[in-house]
Each structure stands twice: as structure tokens, then as C-alpha cells.
Ligand binder design. Sequence first.
Ligand SMILES: [Mn+2]
Length: 340
Amino acid sequence: MAEAMCDYAAKVLPLLRQAEGEIQIFPHAKVDGDCLGTACALAMTLRKLGCTSKVILECEIPQRLAFMGIPEDVLTIVTSENANEVLASQAVAFAVDCSEGSRMGAAEPVFEGASCKVIVDHHVSAEVKSDYAYIDGTSISCAELMAALIFEWENMLHEKLMDQFIADCLMVGIQSDSGKFSYENTKPNTFRIAASLMERGANVTDNAYHLFDETCEGKVRLHGLALSGMQLFADGRIAITKITKAMIDETSAPEGAADGIVNTLRDIDTVMAAFVVRENGQGELRVNCRTKVGFDAADFAKKMGGGGHHRAAGFTGRNIDIDTFADQIVKEAKAYLEQA
Ligand SMILES: [Mn+2]
């Protein structure tokens, strides 16, 4: 059981306010809406408290999160060249949405070199080395925990800290990690926190568009081609489609444009296992697999030399053409269904 947030807020505030140097905030590598929203909300709040704060990234903010409008001056990009310099200006290292340097890519040495670590996370990990860790695995997003922490600081200081930008950053985190408030562990408290953020001006509608719905012509055209080429087998229980390099070139689809196609196949009412086989342009075939209860994607992917989760997994084909590999996957999937 996590300690009460009000106790944690009181314990960590003096540490941060007395820090002599930068409070460096570490999201995980391959940033998502939750870690980036949480990190920026914290950085902006700390600035209001008179602290010097920076969000430490291992690469530029990806285009899909550019809509958040995060000011450049809060960000430090770590490279192997400047890592020592960044570490030298650090007073406190604050990890959000992760708790270990191994999750931070190029920023790992800067976090692991810290003399003082603070952690707020919603992933339960085996070992946490910090006296200032708040980890609540029942929370759907880290942003929710950060929102609660900032509201506690407001209560303690009788000072308004949560402005529209900060509230919006946190709302992005909650919307991202809760799948628009639809994933299983979305809780009444998720809505309570979201309501408080909305009262401070957070914009749910624009965030939802940018996070979930915004697309581009190439992607829509690629989805069209891939879906029209879909094939069903085993009384509709297996769905598969192929994406060739030629299809990607023809549609000018950007990197990552095939994302989501496999979910559309899986969502067909009769389907238990869906596969998208894609030529990656480097002579390999990448297969994404999504399944429903009764077909273990992780187990199947393992048989095919890959891995993943029970409902979402992947594997790779090498030295084989796409048609032959697709036929082979269908054959294996049929056999897997029969033995299940
Ligand atoms: Mn998260």
C-alpha cells in the first residue's frame, strides 16, 4: 500500500525546494503522452516554486506529440558527448513513469549517476532504490499521481500552481494511458482527477483528436489497400493481410502507418487471431499478431521465434517470400486452434 499522497507531498517538497542545482526529470525512452505530460507538468510546477527544472530526453519530441506545445527551454537532450556536463549540473534526479535508468535510453548514466533520486511511477518494479519513491501500481497513469501531488502542494502552500498548460499536460497523460478512459483499470478516481484538471482548463477534445484520431492521406490509403486484401480462414477465426513494400511506396505511407490495421482485423466478431505480415524494406517480414481469449498470442509467437503479450505479440520472417510466409502462418494458426 502506497503511503498517503499528502504525507509524500510534505516529505518531498523541502527536498526539491532546497535543491542547489537542476532538478532533472526523467521520462522513459520512446516517450509517450503519459511520461512526457507528467514530466513537463512537474517541470513547470517546480519553476513556479522557484526551482530550476529540466526534462531530460534521449531524443527530440516525436512529431505525434508536437501538439502539446512543450517549450524548448524545459528540455535537455542527452547525448554521449554532453552526459557528464548534464550530470554535473544536477541536484536531484526525478524519474516519472519509470523507476530505473535502464528504461531511459541514452539518459541512463545521468539518472544512475544521481546522488539523490525521487520517483513517481505507476509501474511496480522489483527493486526501487530511493527513499523518495511513490509507486502506485493501481493507478492507470503516472499523470494521475502527479496531478494528486501538485494538488497536495497547492493545499500545503495555499497557492495555485496548476495552470491551464500544466493541467493539459496531465490530461494528455491520463487520456493516453487510459485509452480515452476506456481501458480496464480506468477508475472512479481517474474521472475525479480528470474533472479537476478540466476545471483548470484542460482540453479533452483536442487532445483526443491528436492522440487517437489524427491521421494522414498515406496512412488512410495504406489501410484501405491492406483491409481490401484481407483473407479469412478457419470459419472466420483467423484473419490475415499482407503489406508489401510496393504498397507502402504506392501510398507514400509514413513510418508506422501500418499501426492499427491488425486491431481492425482482430475486432471482426468471428476472429480469434489476426495477423499483419509486412515487408520492412530490409529483407525481413514483420508480423504483428492480436488475439482474443482462447488464442495465446505470446505462446504462438514464441513457436514462431518471436514473443510478446497474451493478446499482442510479434515475430519475424527471414529468407522467405511474403506469400509463402503468410500461408505458413495460416497453417500454423489453424493447427494451434485445433489443439487448443
Ligand atoms: Mn504511463
